[in-house]
Design a protein around this ligand. Structure first.
Ligand code: NOJ
Length: 496
């Protein structure tokens, strides 16, 4: 795969310097990113755009959720203005360019493009906004990576059932077709759905995120079922109607925690945790036979029976859907932030996806914490999960589409630099030593933005945004300056 002489030399150098416990002083000798490796930054529409009700834009589930104003979001913050990128997108692009990133992952807002939720009414203003953004990127030699849907579906579709309804498959497909038709001549890589498992667990199981439905043990399974079908629909629409002309790619996205067994010999617990999380949504697409993993099917069926249900709470794919879904991805998009240790035991509400596993997740108290309560710094987990995904699914082309660290907004953000450095080091080991086929990396996020239920209290940006100022002034943090050097040299400069 990467067995050119120069890459072997890099591996040698990397191992030699890593073995010394520190990297050599000369910049020439720091581990290099592979040639053609994409280094980019990521954002999402609702988190940065603001302009929630301009022109004919429709209401999204996050507009509704944040307007309840009842404490479900920290400080009752909303994305009404956010980082104001609807108006300041040129500034964002200029920053990306200045720092030296060559790709930008962003999402389009479904109700901005389709105000009624349906393809019967395409908003010219909405469509134009993203044309302008994409044109600005291309004029600056920045490759767009477009997420079609990053959690902000139209409220009207939620009222009609949202991800609990199989109708979403068609509605999403219609939206995806509009996106390909409009932008496919300019955009060559698409991700249909951002983090399906986060949507389904936080939105339809625990209800801590929009749309706030608490349907433990039922909601998450129905939701994942429909998001997988909707992803496949979006993939097939591209394949059948656009690919021969536009020659782009469509990839499935997985939000990957690493689950490491407390006891390294506890292969069964590691396997259950992997299959209930990764396998649940990746097996239907990436495995040889398709469908949910046998292990998940049998465990949920058994638990459902014990609990007195007449059938498994895990929905079944019809054979034609298994075929339709299998193989519906050109690259695997992986979001990774953190790790959990796992051991056998009971946890979670009965019934729930969490409880079905009979696995307890916990953390090592020595792990450093970020500002987000779910984010511990565990660099070795990155190499571990990349290796697991590669070996389980035939080493598909992968892009890390999110990775980052939250704090309270420090400009001197050394902990963030250290996080990137340590995680990137593990990623390069996965690439060079383990042969994992990672082709690009996008950090989260270029600018501070609306962090969902945590409002503006947790910051992931390498560029600060002054949310209290009408200009939403952007200021480089130390991590942005560090990245500038990394990008200029294309190697991993130590965090100092
Ligand atoms: C995952 C999500 O895709 C993104 O929207 C969020 O801000 C980051 N992780 C950090 O929580």
């Amino acid at each position: 795969m990467f067995d050119t002489v120069s890459l072997r030399f890099c591996v040698f150098l990397f191992l030699a310097t890593a073995a010394n416990g520190e990297f050599a002083k000369s910049h020439e000798e720091y581990p290099r990113f592979p040639p053609n490796f994409v280094l980019g930054v990521a954002t999402a529409a609702y988190q940065i755009e603001g302009a929630w009700n301009v022109s004919d834009k429709g209401e999204s589930i996050w507009d509704r959720f944040s307007h309840y104003n009842d404490g479900r979001i920290f400080n009752n913050d909303t994305g009404d203005v956010a980082s104001n990128s609807y108006y300041q997108y040129k500034e964002d692009v200029a920053l990306i360019k200045k720092l030296g990133f060559t790709s930008y992952r962003f999402s389009v807002s479904w109700p901005r493009i389709l105000p009624t939720g349906f393809a019967n009414n395409v908003s010219q203003d909405g469509v134009n906004y993203y044309h302008n953004l994409i044109d600005e990127l291309l004029a600056n030699d920045i490759e767009p990576l477009l997420t079609i849907y990053h959690w902000d579906h139209p409220q009207v579709l939620e009222d009609a059932g949202g991800w609990l309804s199989s109708e979403m498959v068609d509605w999403f497909g219609d939206f995806a077709r509009v996106v390909y038709r409009e932008y496919g001549a300019k955009v060559k890589r698409f991700i249909p759905i951002n983090e399906p498992t986060s949507i389904c667990i936080n939105g339809y199981t625990t209800g801590i995120d929009a749309p706030g439905k608490k349907l433990h043990g039922i909601g998450e399974y129905l939701c994942i079922h429909n998001t997988i079908k909707a992803h496949a629909r979006a993939y097939r629409i591209y394949e059948n109607e656009f690919k021969s002309k536009q020659r782009g790619q469509v990839g499935y996205m997985y939000s990957a925690f690493a689950f490491m067994p407390e006891d390294p010999n506890d292969v069964l617990t590691a396997e259950i945790a992997f299959e209930f999380n990764a396998g649940w949504t990746l097996n239907p697409i990436y495995s040889h036979n398709g469908d949910y993993p046998e292990l998940v099917k049998s465990i949920v069926a058994e638990k459902s029976k014990q609990q007195g249900y007449t059938k498994s709470r895990l929905p079944e794919f019809e054979p034609e859907w298994i075929e339709y879904i299998r193989g519906a991805s050109d690259f695997l998009a992986v979001n990774h932030y953190t790790t959990r240790l796992v051991k056998p035991g009971q946890s979670g509400i009965v019934p729930s996806h969490e409880n079905d596993q009979s696995v307890v997740q916990f953390i090592d108290s020595s792990w450093k914490k970020a500002a987000s309560d779910w984010l511990e710094v565990v660099p070795k987990g990155f190499r571990y999960i990349l290796g697991e995904l590669a070996s389980k699914y035939g080493n598909p082309p992968m892009y890390v589409t999110e990775n980052g660290f939250s704090d309270t907004g420090l400009l001197h953000d050394f902990d963030r630099i250290k996080y990137f450095y340590d995680y990137l080091k593990e990623m390069l080991l996965a690439i060079y030593v383990d042969g994992v086929n990672v082709q690009g990396y996008y950090l989260w996020s270029i600018i501070d933005n609306f962090e969902w239920r945590r409002g503006y209290s947790e910051k992931f940006g390498i560029v600060s945004v002054d949310f209290n100022h009408v200009n939403k002034t952007r200021t480089l943090k130390d991590s942005a300056v560090w990245w500038q050097t990394v990008l200029a040299e294309r190697n991993l400069v130590p965090a100092e």
